[in-house]
Each structure stands twice: as C-alpha cells, then as structure tokens.
Design a protein around this ligand. Structure first.
Ligand SMILES: Nc1ncnc2c1ncn2[C@@H]1O[C@H](COP(=O)(O)OP(=O)(O)OP(=O)(O)O)[C@@H](O)[C@H]1O
Ligand SMILES: [Mg+2]
Length: 268
C-alpha cells in the first residue's frame, strides 16, 4: 500500500526509534529500511543486539546494482527478520556499513526507491528511516516514491528551532516533484511544552501523529534494553500502533482525494 519516508532535523528527535516501533506494530507485512546517510547501525547494535547481518543491506545492494542485476528481485534476500511474529512479516534492510559508501550510492537510489514501491504488489509496506535531512535534503528518488513523508520533531523550543531550519528544505524538495506528496509532522513527546495545535499552526502543516515521551520504553527499541512484561501492549507501543494506523488512513484519504480530482479533471 505505501512507502513512508521518516526524517527529522538536528538533535536526534527519535526518528529511528519511532520508525522501528512503527514497523514492530504495523498492521500488515512491512519492511523497515535503514537509509540514513549518516550510518550508525543503530538498529543492529541496539534492538537487534549486535546481529551480524552477514553482508546484507545497502552495501550488498550496491554490489547487485554494479553487476547490473535487478534490485527488485534481490531486495528481499538482503533483509533480516525484525521479529519472529508469525502472522505478519516484519523485515529489516540494514543500512550502510561504511560511511564512504554513501556517496557512491547516488546512482542506486532511483532503482532502490522503485524496488520499495514494487513491494506493494506483494502486500508489503515500506518504512524508510531516511535519517536527518542534512544540508542537501533527502535523496529525491526516495521522496518521489513516497506516499507519505513524516518529519519527526520533539516539542521543545530547541527542537522546533531545528525544525524551522530544515522543514523548508524538505518542502522545497517536495515542490520539485510533479505530484503533491503528503507531508506531516510526527511529534515525539507532545506538550513538552508545545502542543500539536500550536506547532501545526506555527509551521502551517498538519501533525499526522504523536507518540508519548517515555525514555524507559524507548530505550528498549533504541538500545535493546530488556523488554518489560507485555511490552507490545505498553503505552508507547500502543501509541506507535495508533500512529501507524493514522498515517495509513491519511494516505488512503489523500489517495481518494487525488482520484476524485483526476476524475473531475477528466470530466471537465
Ligand atoms: N518517545 C520517546 N520518548 C523518550 N525518548 C525517546 C523517544 N524516542 C526516542 N527516544 C530516545 O531518543 C534518543 C535518540 O533516538 P533515535 O536514535 O531514535 O533518534 P534519531 O532521530 O534517529 O537520531 P539520529 O538523527 O542521530 O539518527 C534515544 O536515546 C532514544 O531512546
Ligand atoms: Mg536515527
């Protein structure tokens, strides 16, 4: 159904933690892709507790691309299991394992983004951890294939100052694309101190969702801290599940609106 690109500004607002939590609570098959261009291997070292990814990930896919083999058929082989749940497949695509490999990837982004979109046909959604926006913004092919772009921010003045610096760059990139994209904020720790309503009014874009401020539960995701009992039902996970549903609904309603506009234009 969808490719959801997650990003943020400076100050580690919680993009990776939240993207992981979204993937672990997503309502159907999902791939979490680490496309952070400032590689940190945060998920392998944290939640997956030092998992050896055996050469799988973006580095391996760059090799596939160099050898002129189709990425879409190889993508799944480069993923690892994120959880053992049997009802829903939750896979993880490891990110760059060498910082120097990032700039060599420029030629691979378009095909990788197409491969993400092609997973739709297999009933798999893709959540992309695109990392910080950075001074040059995100790879445009990823944005071109996105159904929703989620800009994560905390709600302190310091966090919002970073958002003010970087959000316009993202909006400019999206404006370069031929079709409108759903762009929204996701608040990590609303009301600390600014509310969704205040922030949305300030930046002129909607808040798609929010997740509570909860350092202890967040550390289970970000650092692999031991899971408390019934972790999946705890407040942070429930909120991430609800956030995922809300994002999914917004994508559906944006698509319906687009279809209606196309139909009306054809009618006129
Ligand atoms: N909802 C939350 N409540 C409290 N702490 C959180 C929450 N989400 C994330 N954190 C904490 O914030 C810190 C940074 O999280 P994370 O690595 O996900 O940020 P990031 O935005 O991906 O950073 P970077 O830009 O470096 O990739 C971690 O210590 C994590 O546990
Ligand atoms: Mg991160």
């Amino acid at each position: 159904m969808a490719v959801i690109v997650c990003t943020g500004a400076s100050g580690a607002p919680g993009v990776t933690t939240s993207a992981l939590g979204l993937a672990l609570t997503w309502h159907r098959d999902v791939l979490l892709a680490d496309c952070d261009r400032e590689p940190s291997q945060a998920i392998q070292a944290g939640y997956l507790r030092g998992l050896d990814h055996g050469g799988r990930g973006l580095g391996g896919l760059a090799r596939v691309h160099r050898e002129n083999r189709p990425l879409s058929s190889e993508l799944w082989h480069h993923t690892v299991a994120l959880s053992e749940s049997s009802d829903v497949q939750r896979r993880f695509l490891p990110g760059f394992s060498l910082p120097g490999a990032v700039r060599l990837f420029d030629v691979v982004w378009p095909e990788l983004a197409d491969s993400f979109a092609s997973l739709d046909a297999r009933g798999v959604d893709v959540i992309v951890d695109a990392g910080r926006l950075g001074r040059d913004g995100l790879p445009l092919p990823l944005l071109a294939r996105a159904d929703a772009v989620c800009f994560f921010t905390r709600t302190s003045l310091r966090a919002l100052a970073g958002t003010r610096l970087y959000l316009p760059l993202l909006a400019e990139q999206l404006a370069e694309l031929p079709v409108d994209k759903l762009l929204g904020l996701v608040l990590v720790g609303p009301d600390r101190p600014y509310s969704a309503r205040e922030i949305s009014a300030q930046f002129g874009i909607e808040c798609l969702a929010d997740v509570e401020w909860n350092p202890a539960l967040a550390a289970v995701l970000s650092d692999g801290d031991p899971e408390p009992k019934r972790f999946g039902g705890r407040s942070l996970m429930s909120q991430l599940r609800a956030a995922g549903m809300r994002i999914h609904e917004r994508i559906s309603s944006a698509r319906e609106l687009e279809r209606a506009l196309v139909a009306r234009a054809a009618h006129v």
